[in-house]
Design a protein. Structure first.
Length: 121
C-alpha cells in the first residue's frame, strides 16, 4: 500500500518486484525471491547434514511457504490476534488461519469460538 500497489490479488502484476531496488540494483520478483530462499534452505541443509540429518532433510524439502507458516505461528505465539494474522495472510476464513495455532492455543480458540457461535435453529 505504501508503494501505491494494489492489495487485491486479481489486480497484482506478476512482473512487479516484491522488494524495491537497492542502490540501483533491480528489484526482486516473487519468482527470484523463491529461488533465493530455496537455495538458502539447501545451503543450510548441507551445513547441517552431518550433525543433524533429520533437520537437513526437512530443510531440503522446505519451500518459502514454510516461512509464511513460521511467521504466522510466531505472530500468534507472541500475542497477535487471530483475525490480524488471518488478514495479513489474506485467508478468507479463521478456520484456515487456526491451523497455525498449536495445541493449547487451538484448544483455547475452539472453546472461545464455540462459546460465541450463533445458536442453531
Amino acid at each position: 500500500m505504501q508503494r501505491g500497489l494494489p492489495v487485491t490479488p486479481s489486480k497484482w502484476n506478476p512482473a512487479t518486484p516484491l522488494l524495491r531496488s537497492l542502490e540501483g540494483e533491480a528489484g526482486i520478483t516473487s519468482k527470484r525471491l523463491w529461488a533465493i530462499v530455496k537455495r538458502f534452505f539447501g545451503m543450510t541443509a548441507d551445513v547441517l547434514a552431518d550433525t543433524n540429518p533429520a533437520l537437513a532433510e526437512k530443510l531440503r524439502r522446505a519451500t518459502p511457504h514454510w516461512m509464511r507458516h513460521t511467521h504466522a505461528t510466531h505472530a500468534l505465539q507472541r500475542g497477535a490476534e487471530l483475525t490480524t494474522v488471518r488478514d495479513n495472510l489474506r485467508h478468507a476464513s479463521l478456520s484456515t488461519t487456526s491451523t497455525y495455532l498449536h495445541s493449547d492455543d487451538l484448544r483455547r480458540a475452539n472453546q472461545i469460538g464455540g462459546a460465541f457461535e450463533a445458536p442453531s435453529g
